[in-house]
Design a protein around this ligand. Sequence first.
Ligand SMILES: Nc1ncnc2c1ncn2[C@@H]1O[C@H](COP(=O)(O)OP(=O)(O)OP(=O)(O)O)[C@@H](O)[C@H]1O
Ligand SMILES: [Mg+2]
Length: 291
Amino acid sequence: MLNFSIALIECIDLGFTYMPGTPLTSEALRNINLSVEEGEFIAFIGPTGSGKSTLIQHFNGLLTPTEGKAVFKGKQIGVNIHPYEVRREVGLVFQFPESQLFEETVAEDVSFGPRNLGLSGEEVSERAEEALELVGLSYDRFAGRSPFELSGGEQRLVAIAGVLAMKPRMLVLDEPTSGLDARGKARVMRCLTELNRDGMTIVFVSHDMDEVAEFAHRVVVLDKGRIVFDGDPGTVFSQAGVLKNIGLNIPATTELLVKLSGRGFDLDTGAVSLRETVNLVCNALKGEQRL
Ligand SMILES: Nc1ncnc2c1ncn2[C@@H]1O[C@H](COP(=O)(O)OP(=O)(O)OP(=O)(O)O)[C@@H](O)[C@H]1O
Ligand SMILES: [Mg+2]
């Protein structure tokens, strides 16, 4: 049977140059071809300056390509569909989003977006409550508190809730766990995993390879404004040499499996999650798999 499903986002020969035609011109992206399907959970990785933040800002029409096109559900953004309409469906969470919290209470902050949509007061509160519960913050405990009296991790979750309150079908996050401690990181990633399980498309940028290995279902690697790999985490991280050459680490799990394999253990070095790796190593250590 033919499959007529349309990608949520498509980038076709997309290029982007900051300040074109000026002495400060800088080409950030070139020849990007990519599609994001509904329900995916994708990590974008790449060294500093490789174009990750620039690329994801095309997904909700915040930036307009200077070459090629960005397409939302078959409609070219800025031509067949207005960026405002795309922004209602694709929520963008900037890096350090908590720096944009400004209301007196958590509930007011999370309600800011829905209130601007012109919804009734009742709908606005319902959305705020639902969004806070989605990020794992109890409405009763947090609604009345000042966002400035929360921990950094809680502030981050409130900022994410503010975007979720707009009920997007896709969430795009720029380094959502940067600057958080292990527990804060885990809370954010658990929240994204649950949202994805419930059907939301998630795209996130990360410098933490262990996090990417653990959570992403697909990894897109950028270097100097181009896509150099796009595939499942096992396949992408098996390219350790190329990744190291462009300045990226590989996950600790991959590193361990590659080392054991080099010492004669017969195991699948394409496994990336911690659970899979522990199982493989335990089996290998039982002895039978040693060559
Ligand atoms: N506002 C801007 N004006 C001019 N050039 C910019 C601007 N923002 C980014 N650039 C340039 O575009 C390129 C890509 O930057 P971008 O911020 O997308 O990289 P990144 O992969 O997100 O890096 P990082 O990991 O450090 O966040 C870099 O060369 C950067 O200097
Ligand atoms: Mg960036």
